[in-house]
Design a protein around this ligand. Structure first.
Ligand SMILES: [Zn+2]
Length: 63
């Protein structure tokens, strides 16, 4: 069994749990690194960036 330390309350719990049983924080250190934006915003920015890159390639090769 694998246990991790909660980034919020720093208590140990089972890594297979989706949330910390003590403080209900999500089981992810990545979310802890982006507390103001969250993972949804981070992914949305990535998707926008990739779409922009695809758009640039399409305009480059359509000439
Ligand atoms: Zn916790």
């Amino acid at each position: 069994m694998n246990s991790i330390v909660c980034f919020n309350c720093e208590k140990e719990f089972d890594a297979e749990r989706a949330r910390c049983p003590y403080c209900d924080a999500p089981n992810s250190t990545e979310i802890g690194r982006y507390p103001t934006l969250g993972k949804g915003w981070f992914m949305a920015i990535w998707v926008l960036f990739i779409l922009l890159m695809i758009g640039m390639f399409v305009t480059m090769f359509s000439n």
